[in-house]
Design a binder for this molecule. Sequence first.
Ligand code: ADP
Ligand code: MG
Length: 265
Amino acid sequence: MIKSHDSPFHHLFDTFEVIGSGKFATVRRCVERQTGNEFAAKFIRKRSSTGRMGQALEDINREIDLLREIDNNYIIKLHDVFDCGNEMIIVLELVKGGELFELISEKGCLAEEEAVHYMKQILMAIKHLHDRNIVHLDLKPENILLSDKTAKRIKLIDFGISRKIVNDLDVKGLYGTPEFVAPEIINYESVNTGTDMWAIGCMAYILLSGASPFLGDTKQQTFVNITAADYHFDDQYFANISNAAKDFISGLLVKNSKYFTNYSI
Ligand code: ADP
Ligand code: MG
């Protein structure tokens, strides 16, 4: 059972180097004093009632509640939560293999077989979420970590903007990272599981080519490309990619693809 402690995190954990950061969060490696076990501590600055910096408490609590509900081998596990006044500390399982983003940056792109291996695991993680009506809404290679580089095992992280869909109409808004957002987000229409599947299509494209399907010179141009679903399988990158892989991507980069029931690859 996971508890929220009021007792200071620092009595129980030693904190070490920064291993990642985002808009309002810094992630550090930490070691639990009692057990010697390593974890990742995500320190999130809370927004004060007057300020504009930091994350709203409601959003932090939502991230924690979702992490508590999720239990899957391909998704990061929550260990503990500490409320420390001006910041919240989320203690997570530590993943040591770096981001999938870094792997693509190093390699340029992945061989199709390797990309399939990663995509299968990502789909398994997403199925677990969608079965529970949870949409991740920030799927991108920075939010996929490699837990074991040799076995090429992944862990999905970052539920900072994830939502539980209670009914279709209640979640709208411009979230996520421009390159990966689906047309319905740009059009301020309700999000659904298809919103994640669009991002999965973008990721599959990127893993196979190293190129981003909708990326324009400006954010505006990227959004124009997305709303027109305007992308191509350039020969430069896709000449040697199988039709099955291209069909997989084309099946995901579909506007208003509301209901996906088949997660196989
Ligand atoms: P944000 O919501 O600010 O993007 P994330 O949860 O994505 O925060 O964490 C930011 C970065 O910190 C990640 O991209 C990753 O590099 C690193 N990170 C986050 N969680 C872990 C973890 N459990 N183990 C190792 N690194 C992590
Ligand atoms: Mg992130």
